[in-house]
Write a protein that binds this ligand. Sequence first.
Ligand SMILES: Cc1cc2nc3c(=O)[nH]c(=O)nc-3n(C[C@H](O)[C@H](O)[C@H](O)COP(=O)(O)O)c2cc1C
Length: 204
Amino acid sequence: MAKIIIVYYSMYGHVKTMAQKVKEGVDSVGCAEAVLYQVPETLPEEVLKKMGAPPKDADVPVIKASDLADADGIIFGIPTRFGMAAAQMKAFMDSTGGLWQGGKLAGKPAGIFFSTGTQGGGQETTAMTWLTQLVHHGMVYVPTGYHTPKMFQVDTPEGGSPWGAGTFAGADGSRMPSEFELERAKLQGEGFAKVALALKSADA
Ligand SMILES: Cc1cc2nc3c(=O)[nH]c(=O)nc-3n(C[C@H](O)[C@H](O)[C@H](O)COP(=O)(O)O)c2cc1C
């Protein structure tokens, strides 16, 4: 059984909704199971209140760096801030120095999915700039590529790219992931689990 960790930050629920679909995809493969975690919050309560952030989910545990060590693969769910990852995600990665020194994540597959407010708001730059985290840990980036013919056909704005599944929250945050974006999130989970299983069996 391959254990896949899906670790995300989600202030308004878009990334969380995508994370649940990615999990569905991983779990559908058989011999693979995804576990959801959220990263610790770094903003003070009063700032969160001003930003209109709802309370965090009690049902998703908050991750510690050591939780990553026994994963067979890690998928990162990232909301965009100013064209790159939300600082909460980076703050969590900054707590993984011990794992990095011990090479504990080296060789593990890693995927990325994301959410921006708008088209052109930084879906690909968020993924690209996150690669530094993976490279320094020696992780193996698993993109989705054009994993469904529908990616060539969309005529309405849809989030995501060959870098990973994605969604648009809309300028006011009111848009929720579309059916196509959720389908891609599930496909990403499926494809990722297959790669993780192959790497795990090659390692056995
Ligand atoms: C401080 C801040 C910076 C943001 N920067 C961007 C940005 O550069 N591009 C963009 O499209 N959206 C930006 N957004 C919108 C977020 O990406 C959006 O709220 C998020 O993807 C929603 O995901 P969530 O519901 O999981 O939190 C920003 C939001 C905040 C609060």
